[in-house]
Design a binder for this molecule. Structure first.
Ligand SMILES: Cc1cc2nc3c(=O)[nH]c(=O)nc-3n(C[C@H](O)[C@H](O)[C@H](O)COP(=O)(O)O)c2cc1C
Length: 189
């Protein structure tokens, strides 16, 4: 079982990172092999909608995304953790998600070569917002839910938490436990 953690916050050691680490610890405790990607440390350009990948399955942009595509394909579970920026996901996470385009053909079906690895792949989501009302992150949840529903990915769970200052979530034992359990549950075969 391979678990890929994807951090959408530029704040390494911040709230979404802390919860992602918890989820990855849960996955590790369930016996999974885990790896984390910090999107902010990768070069990820914006999707051009050039449609070339629809034919080839390969993005024309030469940056770090092809290497991430490979890791996504190899992972059994992809755990995303992202803060709310202006009622939406961060630009880092959105740029990454848009580049998933390369997995699809012109009919928004998985490319034949990728289908066996993508169909039913498990996805998890953690959100953090400064607002005390965690549903502020609902637009992000909607985006991931629809993407999973549309593509036949398996959304195994969502953890929505609230914290403002860097690392403040560390005091929230309930949120940390939920994130840990998400990773543990997701890493079980
Ligand atoms: C540019 C920016 C926009 C933000 N917009 C929102 C927002 O719309 N709603 C909200 O509740 N929090 C908002 N926040 C607060 C962050 O979601 C909050 O500080 C979060 O804990 C950051 O998580 P991190 O430590 O993982 O980066 C914003 C923060 C920044 C920097």
């Amino acid at each position: 079982m391979k678990v890929l953690g994807v951090l959408g916050s530029p704040r390494v050691g911040g709230n979404s990172d802390i919860l992602l680490e918890q989820a990855m610890a849960g996955a590790r405790d369930a016996g999974a092999e885990v790896e984390k990607i910090i999107l902010n440390r990768k070069k990820i350009s914006f999707c051009l909608n050039c449609e070339k990948c629809n034919e080839t399955g390969v993005c024309v942009i030469k940056d770090d995304m092809p290497e991430i595509h490979k890791k996504i394909l190899e992972a059994d579970l992809v755990l995303h953790s992202v803060p709310v920026y202006f009622w939406a996901m961060t630009a880092q996470m959105k740029a990454y998600l848009d580049r998933w385009c390369a997995f699809y053909d012109g009919n928004w079906e998985w490319h034949k070569a990728y289908a066996p690895k993508m169909k039913g792949k498990k996805v998890g989501l953690i959100t953090v917002c400064g607002d005390t009302n965690v549903s502020t992150a609902d637009p992000i949840v909607h985006s991931f839910k629809m993407t999973c529903q549309f593509s036949g990915l398996k959304l195994i769970g969502v953890v929505q938490a609230s914290a403002g200052g860097k690392g403040e979530i560390d005091k929230d034992e309930a949120a940390k436990k939920k994130a840990y359990e998400l990773g543990k549950k997701g890493a079980k075969p």
